[in-house]
Design a protein around this ligand. Structure first.
Ligand code: 6PG
Length: 253
């Protein structure tokens, strides 16, 4: 019988207050990193959930007043589509946040999906990580904050159930090939996510309630639920959950 890990879960009544909580955690992480290292390096996820977060962050006076010249923005994962595609996680952030903050273009490190092939794009993104974090060959970038979501299938970033990506521990970035009709992805791998100083997992919506209950109450199974791949660093994870997503947690069944 394993002892249950401590879980830092913050419940929010609705998506708006969930996004507001995420803004406050982002600002706290930024201030802490800037105070300690004069630099804040953060990786954000895409999808539907964080749109409101990015929108509120871009309107927040405290956020707009951050020293964005000392902040580097990366993505945890990206769909292998052009940057102007509605499916692009870069476009999501560009439309909601980047248009409103004075971050230098050279500090915005989008996954280079304009690359002719997905493997080349993954390698190029990894080279950007090495450059910005001044990494030696086998070093892993230590983000100050990683903002993650969780899919209804228990995936996070683009680490999907029953795929190799969660277990490809040699690379810091890898390509993820999805079935025909879906979009191939590029993702940070578990070794990178695990060494982050803080992981903020934002989960919203009734469609996540069952999986969130399973993930937080059952023995870890990273093949079926790749977010369990982060269980070795559960103490660094903060879960922001709205009422719909957390309703199974409250009732315990
Ligand atoms: C993506 C995200 C992905 C997301 C989950 C949850 O590219 O879609 O990076 O990992 O966090 O799929 O997505 P929703 O917020 O849309 O439910």
């Amino acid at each position: 019988m394993t002892t249950p890990h401590p879980r830092h879960i913050e419940l929010a009544p609705d998506p708006q207050s969930l996004a507001e909580k995420a803004v406050q955690h982002f600002l706290a992480a930024a201030r802490s990193a800037l105070a300690e290292r004069d630099c804040f390096r953060v990786a954000v996820s895409g999808g539907r959930t964080p749109r409101l977060f990015f929108d509120l962050l871009g309107q927040d006076p405290a956020a707009r007043g951050l020293p964005w010249d000392r902040i580097h923005l990366f993505w945890t994962d990206e769909r292998y589509v052009p940057r102007d595609s509605e499916d692009s996680n870069y476009k999501l952030v560009a439309d909601t946040l980047l248009a409103r903050i004075p971050i230098p273009a050279e500090n915005v490190h989008a996954v280079p999906t304009e690359h002719a092939d997905i493997l080349g794009a993954a390698r190029a993104y990894e080279q950007t990580l090495c450059r910005v974090f001044c990494l030696e060959e086998d070093q892993v970038p230590i983000f100050d904050l990683v903002l993650l979501g969780m899919g209804a299938d228990g995936h996070t970033a683009s680490l999907f159930p029953y795929t190799y990506a969660p277990f490809n521990t040699e690379d810091r970035v890898c390509a993820v090939f999805k079935p025909a009709g879906d979009i191939n992805r590029i993702t940070l791998t578990l070794p990178v996510l695990r060494v982050a100083r803080q992981l903020l997992v934002v989960v919203s919506g009734a469609d996540k309630a069952g999986t969130l209950h399973t993930v937080l109450t059952q023995e870890p199974d990273a093949v079926q639920y790749p977010i369990h791949g982060l269980w070795p660093v559960l103490e660094k994870m903060i879960w922001l959950v709205d009422r719909e997503a957390g309703k199974r947690l409250e009732t315990g069944n």
